[in-house]
Structure formats: structure tokens, C-alpha cells
Design a protein around this ligand. Structure first.
Ligand code: DX5
Ligand code: ZN
Length: 223
């Protein structure tokens, strides 16, 4: 008999790996495959060496799905663009502490608009960044690749960081999701979950597979 898992796993497919010529159908397929959130990777070609898409894409898709829009901003300076993503229908906005001068103020702004606020930690970014902002944080997102591109390999060096963040989150007085983003597959997910992750973001492993529902179940550990 398999031991029951201690916490439910949230799966957030990343639209970055979708067929951009069929976005609406892709979102419908992701939703009916059992995804929990829809992850949007917003890249400016400056904070990260790649350009993806902007708030107009969120706004266009908003009326076609009930999935929570989980927005990962890889743009700097980030503050000028928060309202554009709030207005476009984001439910969560996560940002990198390196992308603006006042992380605390940015989180306050997102929370004040009624959204969930997240902090994203690059592979070399210290987990200590969250310590004095935990009261304003709903999501802590550990990058298990360097941000900018899908299809990279999972960095096992991030597993101890996930474990350390799990301790801080468990000591908080409100629920905080512990997400991992980059190189998540059915093969790498178990280590991330064992280290303490409860939310897995995956692009390639879901959207480049022939059966999204099966890929999601495999990452979740249900198959
Ligand atoms: C990378 C992004 C990831 C990426 C994940 O900058 O933050 O969300 O889309 O893609 P895979 O799952 O292919 O590593
Ligand atoms: Zn992402």
C-alpha cells in the first residue's frame, strides 16, 4: 500500500510551451486535463534573455477559462507593469526581488488589489529574501532553472533550498504555497515534493506531451 501524501499537489501548466497559434484551444485543453492554475511567463528581453507576451494575452484568454491566472513576472523594473497585469485578470502575481527596489511595497500593492502575491527565487538567490516579507506573501516560487526559457534541466542544487523554505512556511501564520518552476517532469517532481513543494509548474512536460491529462497525473504522482 502506498502511504498517503501529506499535502495535496497543485499543478500549474506554463503557457510558454503552448502552440501560440492555438492559444484558446490550448487553454481549454489544459483546463479539461485537470490543471489547477494557468502559469504565465512574462519576459521582457532585459531581465531575462527572452521575450514572451504581455497583458493583452491574459485579457484575451480571461473570458475563456475559469483557471486561476498565475503570473510570473520576469521584467525589470517591475512596478510600472503591476497594474496592467492586475487589470488584465491576473489572480496571482509573483516577482523576483532583483526586479525592483522595494519588494515589500510591490507585494503590498498586489495584495491591496485583492490578488495573491508571490516571491520568486532564482537559483543563486538566497531563501532569506522571504524572511521579512512573509506576512505579505502567498506564494514562494523556487526557480529550478535559470529563468528565460522552457525545456531546461532541473537543478537538484535547489532541493535543500526548498526544504529550508518549507520550514519557514510551516512556521507562518497563514497558508503559503511552495512552488517549483523549471525542468519539472514525472521524473523530477518526486524529489521536489519530497523536499516540501506543494505546487509544481511545468511547461514542456505537459504541453509537449500527447496527453495533457496523463502528463498532469504523472507529475502529480497519481499514476
Ligand atoms: C522559465 C519559466 C518556466 C518555464 C518552465 O523562465 O519560468 O515557467 O516555462 O518550462 P519547463 O517546464 O519546460 O522547464
Ligand atoms: Zn515561470
Amino acid at each position: 500500500m502506498v502511504a498517503p501524501r501529506s499535502r495535496p499537489i497543485t499543478i500549474a501548466p506554463s503557457l510558454l510551451a503552448a502552440d501560440f497559434g492555438r492559444l484558446r484551444e490550448e487553454v481549454a485543453a489544459i483546463e479539461s486535463a485537470g490543471a489547477d492554475w494557468l502559469h504565465f511567463d512574462i519576459m521582457d528581453g532585459h531581465f531575462v534573455p527572452n521575450i514572451s507576451f504581455g497583458p493583452a494575452i491574459l485579457a484575451a484568454l480571461r473570458k475563456h477559462t475559469k483557471l486561476a491566472f498565475d503570473v510570473h513576472l520576469m521584467i525589470a523594473p517591475v512596478d510600472y507593469y503591476l497594474d496592467a497585469f492586475i487589470d488584465a485578470g491576473a489572480n496571482h502575481i509573483s516577482l523576483h526581488p532583483e526586479a525592483g527596489p522595494h519588494l515589500h511595497r510591490s507585494l503590498q500593492h498586489i495584495r491591496k488589489a485583492g490578488l495573491k502575491a508571490g516571491i520568486v527565487l532564482n537559483p543563486a538567490t538566497s531563501p532569506a529574501w522571504i524572511d521579512w516579507a512573509l506576512d505579505l506573501t502567498d506564494i514562494v516560487l523556487v526557480m529550478s532553472v535559470n529563468p528565460g526559457f522552457g525545456g531546461q534541466s532541473f537543478l537538484p542544487s535547489q532541493l535543500p533550498k526548498i526544504a529550508r523554505l518549507r520550514q519557514s512556511i510551516d512556521a507562518a501564520d497563514h497558508p503559503i504555497a511552495l512552488a517549483v518552476d523549471g525542468g519539472i517532469t514525472a521524473a523530477t517532481a518526486p524529489a521536489a515534493i519530497a523536499a516540501g513543494a506543494d505546487t509544481l509548474i511545468a511547461g514542456t512536460a505537459i504541453l509537449h506531451s500527447p496527453d495533457y491529462a496523463r502528463a498532469i497525473a504523472a507529475i502529480r504522482g497519481d499514476s
